[in-house]
Design a protein around this ligand. Structure first.
Ligand code: COA
Length: 426
């Protein structure tokens, strides 16, 4: 069984999170990803949030699995010549520099196409064309400008960013789809194309249902929001607390131990069809004959009271017990799982979604593996490369440089010295 993207070679100019998550996905599916980094410096995340002095951070090692690293200074003449050879040999160039960085190095889309008309050139930027196109952007800026923050949090509190990295990893995921789509199109057209995804656009795409709600507002209050019926609605889709974004009411309720455990909570969805079972389970079978409670319409204006009653019951059980009781009743519910619980979850280990990987300087580390499973194409999760670990190998095997030429490029400072590349202790 071959890997799905075997034979595809990626020229990976990405750094930090958004771009690296994209090329990491492609690498998991079997693409040969050549990560280009500045000699002696490398991706800034190698040294950020470091837990062990002198060792690549988890930030880096968890975002750069299965790649090869070549150090190259693309601002020197020799470096530019090597970069051109890389463009010739690769199927896809991916980058997420600040706007215009690659152009400033002399590599415009026109120039890149001249070098290799089959190459696909994919970029993440903070914003698309418009007033903010030149701005540098990080995760939370994208969450704030893409509609997520204005709709996350409680109505009486400030906007909130979420822990899910929808700006960085979300945009990386969008870009990966653009790249494989362009690769597929190249099969017929024979030509590469430009693929761009702005983080603002990627976040907005993930907030699609909030744009839905924005338009629904014109036709009356959003009845599934906690502001209904007693609060007020303004001109913009408001923050909805823990309300369910779908047609079925849901909320987070406390479970046993919530006083000391910040994650002793469970999300419960009061799906109409399963409501009778839920009412019986919590000891409120009286609701079933009561027109004040026995239809979704009757319950809608008093969902807070419905969930308060459910909570009285869930507070007597731990979150897993609640799940065990409610699931057979077809009541969708989700215990609030901590990162600790997820890291220890045996079923996630069994599927490879949580993996342990060995690293030469760090030792074994835990990572999130490929969440997408293909039945016929295996996906292995290997460690991240050391800075410049594969410089000579790539120069020789991919680009066909001789040992003398490699040494000359090293003397020029175009590529790094492999024995001197490892980061200094933080
Ligand atoms: C993430 C971001 C804010 C970081 O900004 P930054 O640390 O200032 O880094 P830049 O992207 O501006 O790149 C820094 C410089 O390094 C240079 N550089 C990068 N790799 C190089 C290499 N191998 N050789 C020589 N120079 C290199 C770039 O050309 C750029 O130089 P320039 O400013 O003279 O053009 C910015 O890259 C950005 O907005 N990216 C797009 C959006 C994005 O992906 N954000 C999310 C990141 S998770």
């Amino acid at each position: 069984m071959g890997k799905a993207l075997e034979g595809v070679r990626i020229l990976d100019m990405t750094h930090v999170q958004s771009g690296p998550t994209c090329t990491q996905l492609l690498a998991w599916f079997g693409a040969d990803v050549l990560k280009v980094e500045r000699p002696g410096v490398g991706d800034a995340t190698r040294g950020q949030l470091r837990d062990i002095p002198g060792v690549d951070s988890l930030y880096f090692t968890m975002l750069n699995h299965n790649k090869r690293s070549i150090t190259l200074n693309t601002k020197t003449e020799t470096g530019k010549a090597i970069f051109e050879r890389l463009i010739e040999e690769c199927d896809v160039l991916v980058e997420n520099f600040a706007p215009g960085a690659l152009d400033r190095m002399g590599f415009t889309w026109e120039r890149i196409q001249e070098i290799n008309p089959r190459i696909i050139y994919a970029s993440v930027k903070g914003f698309g064309p418009g007033p903010y196109q030149d701005c540098k952007v990080y995760e939370n800026v994208a969450q704030c400008t893409g509609g997520s923050a204005s709709t996350t949090g409680f109505d009486d509190g400030p906007p909130l960013v979420t822990g899910a990295q929808i700006g960085d990893s979300g945009t990386g995921l969008h870009l990966a789809l653009g790249i494989v789509t362009a690769l597929y199109h190249r099969e017929q057209s024979g030509r590469g194309q430009r693929v761009e995804c702005a983080m603002q656009d990627g976040v907005l795409n993930l907030c699609r249902v909030k744009m839905r709600d924005q338009q629904r507002l014109a036709h009356g209050p959003l009845k599934e929001y906690p502001q209904y019926p007693n609060g007020t609605f303004g001109e913009a889709a408001p923050r909805s607390g823990n309300a369910s974004g779908g047609g079925q009411p849901g909320w987070v309720v406390k479970t046993k131990g919530w006083e000391t455990d910040p994650n002793a909570y469970i999300y419960v969805i009061t799906q109409a069809a399963a409501f009778p079972g839920l009412a019986r389970a919590i000891g409120r079978e009286d609701w079933l004959d009561d027109p004040e409670w026995n239809t979704p319409e009757a319950r809608l204006p008093k969902l807070d009271r419905v969930f308060a009653e459910i909570e009285k019951w869930t507070m007597t059980k731990d979150k897993f017990e609640v799940m065990e009781i409610l699931n057979p009743l077809n009541v969708p519910c989700g215990p609030i799982l901590s990162m600790k619980e997820l890291a220890e979850e045996s079923s996630l280990r069994a599927t490879g979604t949580v993996v342990e990987v060995d690293h030469p300087t760090r030792g074994s580390y835990l990572s999130v593996g490929n969440p997408v499973k293909l039945s016929d194409s295996p996906s292995e999760v290997g460690r991240s490369p050391l800075l410049g670990e594969h410089t000579s190998e790539i120069m020789q095997d991919v680009l066909g440089y001789s040992a003398e030429e490699i040494e000359a490029a090293r003397r020029d400072g175009a590529i790094g010295r492999e024995d001197a590349e490892q980061p200094a202790a933080a």
